[in-house]
Design a protein around this ligand. Sequence first.
Ligand code: NAI
Length: 292
Amino acid sequence: ASEALKADAEPFDGLKRVHVIGAGVMGGDIAAWCALSGFEVTLQDLDAGAVDRAVERAQQLFAKRARRQPARDNVRARLIADPEGNGIANADLIIEAVVEREDVKQALFRDLEARAKPSAVLASNTSSIALARISRAMDDPSRLVGVHFFNPVAQLPLVEVIHDAGTDAAVVERARGFVVAIRKYPLVVKSGPGFLVNRVLGPYMLDALRRVDEGESIDVIDAAAVAFGMPMGPVELADTVGLDICLAVATELGIEAPADGRLRQHVAAGNLGSKTGQGYLSWTQGKVARTL
Ligand code: NAI
């Protein structure tokens, strides 16, 4: 961690300012991690309250990872709430982490392309949507790259760097270098349904949720996975990822989530897992409170 706490980390390859759009579970934590790693970060969301909550949550990470007061003050100063998106014009890298909807992301990148510096790297944290679909409305789709973090950002080292045939190789290389600069492990993968990790994890989680629909106990399913060596069971994982995201990934992978199944029912009811406090499990302060 000490590497991250250098008061004035060297800008990476001229990449110094990071703008993050979407201050939810992922965007908030990505912004905090980038600030901790020495980048100047602005954080935007349609909902100014989400930005405030993310900045508040970041203080806990900073307190844990930046123990000395001057370092902590520096890190705090590097994370700026920016609900209006003023940071877009000066950012060297823009990371989008808004809702998992193709139309929303398409419109967002179309707009970003016009407002960002021509040299800025434009990145999406999408879990599952193919790059070519997100970049469809852009004049220059070769600027878009996937930079896909995993939840929880502070604990998981893997970041998929996603490209397709149309992505500029220099952009991929800058994104990969950025991931190294924030002390994560970049895995460069081709765009395709679920990329790599969710391609494998999606069917695993969705099958577990189907077992719940079939009447199997959640405790039994999760205990089996943990006893098998997984850090948490698939149902707890689904709640942690967010059930809306799980449903979007399932759709993208062509896995049918039955209309009368609990996954769709939970999503329709707004019970999205740990982020709302209710899902397959009940959550208090980010921890499982009880099985529903
Ligand atoms: P979330 O629902 O926690 O946060 C999304 C945020 O985006 C909300 O605060 C919302 O107000 C904001 N937003 C929506 N439209 C916007 C717009 N046009 N401009 C600015 N802000 C806007 O969602 P979460 O879980 O953080 O997911 C965000 C993205 O990250 C999705 O693409 C998701 O697939 C991806 N992702 C999610 C993971 C997870 O475990 N939850 C893991 C890896 C990627």
